[in-house]
Structure formats: structure tokens, C-alpha cells
Design a protein around this ligand. Structure first.
Ligand code: KIV
Length: 266
């Protein structure tokens, strides 16, 4: 077993992956069992994303998610994961007001077991990123299509303003972010942003030239049909498998063939 299999990936190791030309595989997870599976698959980083507002809680956006809920899910993931870097999302309303508020909220996520936090916004969040970094809280930034800005953006829309995005990428790097998620931009722009910074870019709908990729657990595994964005690749159809298994269970219970002798105590 390699050394890195025995302890969590560190923030410096995450950064060094880019220099070494090693692509980073990031996936969201929201509970203990999912974290164990992600760890066993050797993902580099588990993102406890506020996408849980949609795929776990059933909301239309991530906006209703609270900091207390993020703390709850981060604790569960931290109990299941031993080797991935755990990054927890700062939810809407927990950091935008002031850099001091951002630090206070981020501290709660680190105490819950995260190794870093993620927040959305470029130039306008640079001060919050700098304040967290000064407080020894590693920050993954998130630019491009930022889902918490859904009302300002008028929907989940591909972002194409290359100059503004370049400024955002440079601002979060200058502020101290150790990495940046780039979401929902044309592939050529994803490549341009990746060239412009020295920190790892983690793409989602940002083309193949980012330093790593992130997908939402339920999308990757075919568990969620609510939205099917173009950038999602479904690596399994677990939703359909689960439905078939449950149908068989119902049939057997109704037919009286479950439980059989081997499932019964003598
Ligand atoms: O909340 C989330 O899952 C995210 C990823 C999609 C990047 O922010």
C-alpha cells in the first residue's frame, strides 16, 4: 500500500499534481457510505458540494442549503474518507456578507472534518478568499457558472465573457486560492484560463484541458434525472439497477418467496 493510501491527500500535494502533469479526479459525496466508495476508487478529492440541495434534498437550486446542513454532511463524509482531500462548500448566505463571516463559516466546516472549503465568485470574493487563507483555511475558488448566482445569471447558463473570467481566475489565485473550479465555459476558454494561472483548475463543463475534472455523484452514477447537462457522462445506471432490485424485492415479498430458509433463523 502506498504512503498516500494511508493518509489524506494534502493541499500541497493537490497543487503539486498540476506541476507533475497528473490530472485530478474529483467527485462530490454527501455521506459516509459514498465517501468509503469514493476513497476505495482512489479519487483525489471529495467535494461535499451544496449540490446536495438538489440531488439529496430535492430543491430546484442550491440556495436553500444551510451551513448547519453542510456541517452535518461534512461530518458524515469525514468519517468515511481516509485518503481523499475533503473540500466542503460554503453555502449561499454563509460568506458573501463579509470576509470575517466567511472565516467564521469556514472554521465550522474545518472543525467538521473538511481539509479545505470552496466558495463561489472571482474578483468580488477575493477579499473573502484572502481572509480565509490568512486564517490558514485552504480555499478552492469557483468561477464561471456559479450556481449560487442563478437568479443574477437568469438560469444555469454557459459563461462566455473571456476578459471577466480571466480577471476572476487571476484574482482568486492572487488572493491565495490553492485551486479553482471552472464551471460552464466553452472548452477553449477552459484551456485559456488553465494556461493563465499556476494553481490547478478543476473543470465541470469546461473542456478537457483543465488540470482535473469534477462531477456530481448522482450524475456520474446515473442516480438523478432532474437535469441532464451536456457535460455529464453517466458511468453507470445505478438508478435503473436500484429500481429493478426493488421491483424484484416487491414481487418476492408479495409471492411469499422472500424470506427463504437461508434468510430465516432456526
Ligand atoms: O456543489 C457542487 O457539487 C459543486 C460542483 C458541481 C462543482 O459546486
Amino acid at each position: 500500500m502506498s504512503d498516500s493510501a494511508l493518509r489524506p491527500m494534502t493541499v500541497p500535494e493537490f497543487r503539486q499534481a498540476r506541476a507533475a502533469g497528473r490530472k485530478l479526479a474529483v467527485v462530490t459525496a454527501y455521506d459516509f457510505t459514498a465517501a468509503i466508495i469514493a476513497d476505495a476508487a482512489a479519487v483525489d478529492c471529495i467535494l461535499v458540494g451544496d449540490s446536495l440541495g438538489m440531488v439529496v434534498q430535492g430543491h430546484a437550486t442550491s440556495l436553500p442549503v444551510t451551513l448547519a446542513e453542510m456541517v452535518y454532511h461534512t461530518r458524515m463524509v469525514a468519517r468515511g474518507s481516509k485518503r481523499a482531500l475533503i473540500v466542503a462548500d460554503l453555502p449561499f448566505g454563509s460568506y458573501q456578507e463579509s470576509p470575517a463571516r466567511a472565516v467564521r463559516s469556514a472554521v465550522k466546516l474545518l472543525k467538521a472534518g473538511a481539509g479545505a472549503v470552496k466558495l463561489e465568485g472571482g474578483v468580488r470574493m477575493a477579499e473573502a478568499i484572502a481572509a480565509c487563507t490568512r486564517a490558514d483555511i485552504p480555499v478552492m475558488a469557483h468561477i464561471g457558472l456559479t450556481p449560487q448566482s442563478v437568479y443574477r445569471m437568469g438560469g444555469f447558463k454557459v459563461q462566455r465573457d473571456a476578459d471577466a473570467l480571466l480577471e476572476d481566475a487571476l484574482a482568486v489565485e492572487r488572493a491565495g486560492a490553492f485551486s479553482v473550479v471552472v464551471e460552464g465555459v466553452p472548452a477553449e476558454l477552459g484551456a485559456k484560463l488553465t494556461k493563465a494561472v499556476t494553481i490547478p483548475t478543476i473543470g465541470i463543463g469546461a473542456g478537457p484541458d483543465c488540470d482535473g475534472q469534477v462531477l456530481v455523484w448522482h450524475d456520474l452514477l446515473g442516480l438523478y434525472d432532474g437535469l441532464r447537462p451536456k457535460f455529464v457522462k453517466r458511468y453507470a445506471e445505478l438508478g435503473a439497477l436500484a429500481k429493478a432490485a426493488l421491483e424484484e424485492y416487491c414481487r418476492e415479498v408479495r409471492a411469499g418467496s422472500f424470506p427463504a430458509a437461508e434468510h430465516s433463523f432456526k
